[in-house]
Ligand binder design. Structure first.
Ligand code: FAD
Length: 367
């Protein structure tokens, strides 16, 4: 059996691990990306594809700021990936709206947005509450049930599957080593020395990055880390293609680059249950048809559910191990949105060997 040495091994080849691995390669490190494979839970293949800022970080302005930084990095990140792979990510960041279907929803939304602005302080938070007429001017075809909306200019969307594929393609094109079908259960560890015996030989690295999504909960203690993440189910529906009608995404409705309309997504605490349920799908479709009555005339062609990677307070977890320096962990429920930050901000920190003090608010020590 051979032993291969790397500067870093990244465990988990979903959006979080692939974005970090890609960023580490760009920093000039030798990197192995290890992934359990098709049998694993993979949020990265079942998500909604929003690059979303406006509802992130209520009561936690550091999260709002991190999300904004990521959104600001997205255009260059996508440009670099597309230059590498020749594949469009269908990224658009025209801003986004959250539709309100009752006066109660509207006043609750207005209060939240004002709180976000207050908490943003000098960093600023640009938003507008739109009355029904303004919302209709912005989004033709809105139904009479919509009483108003909130708008922020930071939001957008992307093809999450093109993103995942491009990250893998770009990573390997830069000389990264991708090792699929490897479920990691244990590892030999010492500070800045991680040694993994696998069926394809031993792998040794100075840095180990735990990015195994829901798998991090059991892996983290092997590295002196904590990642108390739990599954949270979301269901998504997709319609047949429609002519180009939606100029920007809403929190739960977006038009893909190919023209289909994605509708979602629910928030359900059902453990590791990935089934779909008729009442939830019906509610998603009902709200979509109330928002845009023309959506009610389209056929739904696909539906699925997937499990989010959720921390106890919903915020990301980033840490470097105190007992085993060189071991890092990254966990979040917005891995599409945060891909820009993971690739362009977090990966360079890991390459340098220390997380910026700014990220200490995201340590699992807060639980
Ligand atoms: C319905 C839904 C809608 C969503 N919508 C959005 C959205 O609009 N915008 C947004 O930003 N985010 C969204 N998300 C969240 C986003 O999809 C996740 O944050 C992101 O995919 C998490 O990526 P991950 O790499 O951490 O986890 P995963 O995608 O779950 O990947 C983890 C990887 O680790 C591997 N793995 C696990 N255990 C092991 C092990 N022991 N050894 C080796 N490998 C292992 C698995 O094979 C897997 O590939 C949504 C999620 C869901 C479920």
């Amino acid at each position: 059996m051979t032993q291969r040495r790397f500067d870093a091994m990244v465990i988990g080849g979903g959006l979080v691990g692939a974005a970090i691995a890609w960023g580490l390669k760009r920093e000039g490190l030798s990197v192995a990306l290890l992934d359990e494979g098709d049998a694993a839970y993979r949020a990265s293949r079942g998500n909604f594809g929003l690059v979303w800022v406006q509802s992130k970080g209520l009561g936690a302005p550091w999260y709002q700021r991190w999300t904004r930084q990521s959104a600001e990095n997205w255009a260059e990140f996508a440009r670099d990936l597309t230059q590498q792979t020749g594949q469009s990510l269908a990224l658009a960041q025209p801003g986004g709206v959250h539709l309100c279907l009752s006066d109660a929803e509207m006043s609750d939304r207005a209060a939240r947005m004002e709180q976000m602005k207050r908490e943003a302080g000098n960093y600023g938070f640009d938003y507008r509450m739109l009355d029904a007429r303004e919302a209709r001017d912005m989004l033709p075809g809105l139904g009479p049930a919509v009483v108003g909306a909130s708008f922020t200019p930071y939001d957008g969307h992307v093809s999450p599957l093109a993103l995942l594929r491009s990250l893998h393609q770009g990573f390997t094109a830069m000389g990264g080593v991708y090792l699929p079908n490897l479920k990691i259960n244990g590892i030999a560890t010492a500070p800045r020395h991680f040694l993994l015996e696998t069926s394809v030989g031993a792998i040794q690295a100075e840095r180990a990055v735990l990015a195994a999504g829901l798998g991090n909960a059991t892996l983290a203690p092997h590295f002196g880390l904590k990642a108390p993440v739990r599954p949270q189910r979301g269901q998504v529906l997709v319609t047949e293609r429609a002519r180009n009608v939606l100029p920007m995404p809403t929190t739960t409705i977006r038009q893909t680059g190919e023209g289909s309309i994605m509708l979602g997504d629910s928030v359900e605490e059902v453990g590791f249950d990935t089934r779909q349920t008729q009442p939830v799908m019906a509610e998603i479709a009902h709200r979509a048809a109330l928002s845009f009555p023309w959506i009610g005339k389209l056929n739904v062609v696909r539906a699925w559910s997937a499990l989010r990677v959720m921390s106890p307070d919903g915020l990301p977890i980033y840490d470097q191990s105190e007992s085993l320096p060189g071991a890092f962990t990254a966990n979040c429920h917005s891995g599409v949105t945060l891909a820009g930050a993971h690739a362009r901000l977090l990966a360079p920190m890991i390459a340098r060997g220390a997380l910026d003090p700014f990220l200490s608010s995201f340590s699992a020590g807060r639980f």
